[in-house]
Structures are given as C-alpha cells and as structure tokens.
Design a protein around this ligand. Structure first.
Ligand code: PHE
Length: 342
C-alpha cells in the first residue's frame, strides 16, 4: 500500500463514522483544506525527481476527489438520519389524528324539510318545486283571487315589475301557486308536497319575517271529502310529533278552498298550557280545505269529476316549535352562533 492509499483509507474510514457535520468539516479541513494533506502533497512535488512528479500530482488530485465525494455523501446520509429521528421522535407522529376541520351543519329548516319529504314520500306524495318569482296569474288569479279581491290585502306582496313585461311578476306570497301548476302538468289522481320560500312585504318582528318557508300539500282524486283531509292531517301530525295529536277545525277563509279551515293541534308540549300554546293548549298550525272548483277549472280539471284537498304547512313555524326558537328572525339571520346549535 502506498502512502496515498493509506491516507485515503484513513480519511474514508473516519468520514463513514463521523457522527455529525462539524466532524465532517474538520476532516475536510484536515485533508483538502488550505494547509491540509493534499495541499502539502502538491507543495512537495517540485522537490521530487522529475519522473515522479506527474504521478504524484495525479495521486494528490484523486485523493482530493475521493475525499470530497465521501464527505458529500456522508453529509446527505446524516441529514436523512436526522429527519428520520425527528419523525420518530416528538416532532412528528404519523399516527396522530389530523387537526379537527371546521364542519358545517344543515340548516334547521333544511333538516325539517328533508324529514317531512321522507314522511310524505312514504305516504305516496311527490315532492314538487315551483318558481319563487311568480306570475300574478298563478299567485292570485288562478287561485280564485281576482285583482280587486280584498284577500290580496292579507298578503302584502313584493312586486317586481320587469321592464317591458306585460305580465305582472311578484315574489310568491305562498306556495299555493304550485297547486295550479301541478294540476296543469300532472295527470290526476296525484298527491304532492311543495316545500319552499315565500315572501311578504311586512314589518318584521319576533313572529313576522319578510322571507319564510312553507310546505304546500295538494291531493287530487275522485270523491275527496273533509274526512280524508282530517285523516291525512292527523297522519301528518303523528309523523311530525311522533305521537297521536288531537285536532280541531275552525272555519278559515282562503279563496282557493271551500270549505276552508284553520286546523289547530292539541299542544304537543304540555297538558295544562305553556308558553308555546300561550296557555290555551291549542296551537294554530295548518290552514287547509277542499280545493275550490274555480281552482280546479283554472288547473284544467273538471270539478264534476275531480276534487281534492290542500294544506299550507308553516315550515318556519314548525321549526320554531320543534326547537323552541322564540324569534323567527334567527332562522335567516345568518348568525353562526345560532346555526351551530343544530
Ligand atoms: N296559502 C295559504 C297561506 O299562505 C295557506 C293555505 C294553503 C290555506 C292551502 C289553505 C290551503 O296563507
């Protein structure tokens, strides 16, 4: 073994066991530094016999290259080992669950709507949709509410007068226009519910909101009676409140039904009176009635052959009852502190 070979194997041995980068740096200085082994080998060349000089220069350069390569490889290996150690140690643990992500929830109105859709579809109803920007014709005229009818005053309307349009457009004040749209499109007999937003130009307070939700129900068949209506409403209430609910009918006036009723339900939350039923043990819940012959005609049906009943479930009100919400304005207020509770 030549001197150079011995120097090289000494250098490589120490590099391969160097514990850290500082040690590598000092080995680097020792061998390839300004005053290092390689430098002194090169400095000694002029003192050699001319025939040996070329070989000595080559050996010195080979030593330098071999040491530099070994140093670089060891430095990379030390870096990887440090990363591995960090991953195994307290710096990083791949088995830990990730940080909790913020997650949204379904709006309470959506939750109750979906629940009711399931209930109604299980009873053979279709779920229909209709336009929120509606024609006066469907919101009023075809529902037996002509232009000068006083019933229009009970539903304060947002009109949207589209420039150049001959038809009067408005934000629907109830989901009832879909009754007629359904009759026009479907072959009776049929049953359908129509959940959706409705709009009224009202001063808002704890129980009034300009935008709220209803769910219309419409059943068209032969020989439909008030008995069918009451039966259906009781099934509905049992589905909603998960128990039998006593109901009572009071006459109610809506031009598109005849006879029309206000259906009250025995308060599901108390026996002797509470804040929900305002101590009366009854809650006003469901306007309903048999479809008026004029509405059947407007929908293209023959009132001699077809009849039906309709109801207008106040979805927003139902959600408030269900969760004990005392101000309707919370529902569309967009306050996350409210919504996060559902
Ligand atoms: N559309 C009526 C309202 O919003 C409610 C209703 C629907 C009444 C169906 C009778 C039958 O006030």
């Amino acid at each position: 073994m030549t001197d150079t070979d011995a120097t090289l194997s000494d250098a490589l041995g120490r590099i391969s066991t160097a514990p850290d980068v500082d040690t590598l740096r000092s080995i680097e200085r020792e061998f390839v530094g300004k005053d290092g082994v390689v430098a002194s080998m090169l400095a000694a060349i002029p003192t050699l016999p001319p025939a040996d000089r070329k070989g000595a220069g080559q050996s010195a350069n080979q030593l330098k290259q071999a040491v530099l390569t070994a140093l670089a490889e060891r430095e990379v290996a030390l870096g990887n080992a440090a990363l591995d150690a960090e991953r195994k140690g307290d710096g990083f643990d791949a088995s830990l669950p990730p940080p909790r992500l913020e997650r949204g929830t379904l709006h309470p109105v959506v939750q109750v709507t979906r629940e009711l859709e399931d209930l109604f579809t299980s009873m053979g109803y279709m779920v229909l949709d209709g336009p929120e920007v509606e024609l006066d014709e469907y919101n009023f005229e075809k529902l037996n509410i002509p232009a000068d009818h006083p019933a229009r005053d009970t539903q304060d309307t947002f009109y949207c007068n589209a420039p150049g349009s001959k038809a009067t457009l408005l934000l629907r004040t109830h989901t009832s226009p879909v009754q007629v749209r359904a009759m026009e499109h479907l072959q009776p007999p049929f049953r359908a519910v129509v959940p959706g937003k409705v709009f009224r130009q009202e001063t808002t307070d704890a129980s009034h909101e300009h935008t709220f939700h209803q769910m219309e129900g419409i059943v068209i068949d032969r020989n439909v009676s008030v008995g069918h209506l009451i039966g259906a409403m009781k099934t509905l209430l049992r589905g909603i409140f998960k128990k039998d609910i006593e109901v009572r009918l009071r006459p109610g006036y809506f031009p598109f039904v005849e006879p029309g009723f206000e259906l009250d339900a025995r308060c599901p939350f108390c026996e002797k009176g509470c804040s929900v039923c305002k101590q009366s043990t009854w809650i006003e819940l469901l306007p309903c009635g048999l479809v008026h012959p004029n509405v059947l005609k407007a929908g293209g049906l023959d009132p001699e052959e077809w009849g039906g009943f309709a109801f207008g479930l106040g979805l927003s009100r139902l959600v408030m009852l269900r969760y004990g919400i005392d101000d309707v304005r919370h529902l569309l207020g967009g306050d996350l502190r409210f919504l996060e509770q559902f």
